[in-house]
Design a protein around this ligand. Structure first.
Ligand code: AMP
Length: 219
């Protein structure tokens, strides 16, 4: 299956993307994670993306699209994927649709995670991210077993520069302006389901799986 997840920062997309990819045995493509890895390794792509990321702005479409299309042609992606954080603009959505049509591998489902802005702000203020595997924790709602250390890979946890309250509010504005309107684009194509993103991780995963199976059955 080929699935897109979108929603505001703080909706838990990254967590759910990992869970769904594991449960459904799909490749995970998370554009924010790819950019952060490139920033950490100081690559050309990382240097280009960093200027935008550190301001909470979107990286230009041509840069992101090129990166995702290269990834789509890698071996592990052929039997299906979860896309987390892409597309985020209309030109990205069109580029993805065209690329998948050329490869005869259309999308099966687009899930829009929905959460009030104030809940997102609160969640992100306490979020800590693993430098190594990018898994996320929350000092209040989901602390790691050992403070500052990732339960899964043992990497160091830190607060992302763009998770400060001011930056989160700006990222939410960018989301509402540039990304949220994509719901209509995917709704017109019969691909969209909304998923309430409040509740436990298990509850949200169950809602997401149900939305995917409803779409597969054409409900
Ligand atoms: P995320 O981890 O998804 O919150 O992404 C972190 C940052 O990476 C965003 O604030 C953007 O600067 C950049 N980014 C990730 N995905 C995209 C995308 N599809 N289009 C443009 N910028 C992106």
């Amino acid at each position: 299956m080929r699935i897109v997840l979108f929603g505001p920062p703080g909706a838990g997309k990254g967590t759910q993307a990992h869970r769904l990819a594991d449960r459904m045995d799909l490749a995970l493509i998370a554009t924010g994670d790819i950019f952060r890895a490139n920033v950490a390794n100081d690559t050309d792509l990382g240097r280009e993306a960093k200027a935008y990321m550190s301001k909470g702005e979107l990286v230009p479409d041509d840069v992101v699209v090129r990166m995702v299309l290269e990834r789509l042609d890698e071996e592990d992606v052929h039997h299906g994927f979860i896309l987390d954080g892409f597309p985020r603009t209309l030109p990205q959505a069109q580029a993805l649709e065209n690329a998948l049509a050329e490869r005869n591998r259309p999308l099966d489902a687009v899930l829009k995670f929905v959460i009030p802005d104030e809940v997102a702000v609160k969640r992100l203020a306490g979020r800590r991210t693993c430098r190594r595997c990018q898994r996320t924790y929350n000092v209040e709602f989901k602390p790691p077993r050992v403070e500052g250390v990732c339960d899964v890979c043992g990497g160091e946890l830190h607060q992302r520069e763009d998770d400060s309250e001011e930056m989160v509010r700006h990222r939410l504005e960018v989301y509402h302006q540039d990304t949220e309107p994509l719901d209509f684009y995917f709704w017109e194509r019969g691909l969209l389901r909304q998923v309430e993103a409040e509740g436990t991780e298990d509850q949200v995963t169950e809602r997401a799986l149900k939305a995917i199976s409803d779409l597969a059955e054409g409900d």
